[in-house]
Design a protein around this ligand. Sequence first.
Ligand code: 6PG
Length: 482
Amino acid sequence: MAEQAVANIGVVGLAVMGSNLARNLASREGNTVAVYNRSNSKIHALLEEHPEAGFVASETIEDFVASLQKPRTAIIMVKAGAGTDAVINQLAEHFEEGDIIVDGGNALFTDTIRRERELRDRGLNFVGAGISGGEEGALKGPSIMPGGSAQAYETLGPILASIAAVAEGEPCVTHVGTDGAGHFVKMIHNGIEYADMQLIAEAYDLLRRVGGHEPAAIADVFEAWNGGDLESYLIEITAEVLRQVDAKTGKPLVDVIVDEAGSKGTGVWTVQNALALGVPVGGIAEAVFARAVSSKPEQRKAVRATIESRPEIASVGEGFEDDVRAALYASKVVAYAQGFDAIIAGAKEYDWDIDKGAIAKIWRGGCIIRAQFLNRIVEAYEHNATITSLLEDPYFAKAVADGEAAWRRIVVTAAQSGIPVPGFAAALSYYDSLASERLPAALIQGQRDFFGAHTYRRIDGAGTFHILWSGDRTEIEADDTH
Ligand code: 6PG
């Protein structure tokens, strides 16, 4: 076991993500990788299974630290939460000024902001880095979203670039912004991931229940879609999942899986934070809620038991599949538009200088939401970095307008047939809200003024007003502190 400073990078936490990332690092020229895990059996297993990696392994944190060259750089790959703090503290005790601790887990960005500040006060660099791509991504090339200081990125950037996925010739890593910016952007990535998955699931449900197709036939449809503007990792794996046959029963696998979607919480964080920032992310929120509804079997059963009849499935014509595809694409555009809005709002609130185009670029490869369509987002921000919404970009405006009629037909068909499409419907309502010249928010302002004297503004001039509702109902000018 090691004691000399021979490794340029270390990994702490050797569960699947950590060991895969360590193997990825070791496979790149110029890297010597130190590894450490609290339970030593994981270290031994890794060394035995991958002698080719030339890992420098340690059984104690002291030896691990001693095996790192300065500035010491260690990536922590442990479960987000209290465990992360424990490992950070252990490392920080032995690290010296200028050394770099990287948290590659799915940490909550506010924890990352706190940790970065605390470690900065001790002269250490702390980088919260979102890493997307699952186990395979960690091994073969993930998309990496590091925050932290620009100075730490000088050392860390080339190492991360060596292991990141490559899209259009560029490594899928960029310095997202200071302190928690990387984990914030990873959180939004996951929110978009939830929306994307929900929309695909709705498309499947419609093709199955309205279109009357079997999973294997729907797999063909998704495979065909994967050759067009919907080309993406999630569409690709959807086809694979739908094609899978259960060995035990001979049924499509999707038919034997319990229909209760799990989650580890990053989608909830996205929505909580978007709400706090006042950003409407209805498409993402509905995806989180849809998982929550699915996970309430007793409630679903109890309500179902009270229902005597369900609507008949609407009959559809030849163009149905194309309509579903168009609805999926338009709704997906909305989900990304909402996600980027949340990034813009987060950047403003937390004072991060985030390059939206660079984020779209590093999401083109390695990560779960990698998609052809991200090139269009890159172009949109290249064309005009100050657009207020992706829906304002000429390409996306046209894409949504081209699919609009189909999108409406699909939401109508779903409603008529009693098929839930919270993602498609929320995205369409959001689009219609932006598209409406007047919104009924005027009435809400009237109601607020009625019961709480909360005042309103007029369309024909400056000032803040209130109606004397319990008096003679004349309008008075009010101060705007209500
Ligand atoms: C990624 C994924 C990953 C996430 C899982 C589980 O980018 O590689 O987002 O970070 O942990 O997909 O997410 P849920 O359990 O919440 O679905």
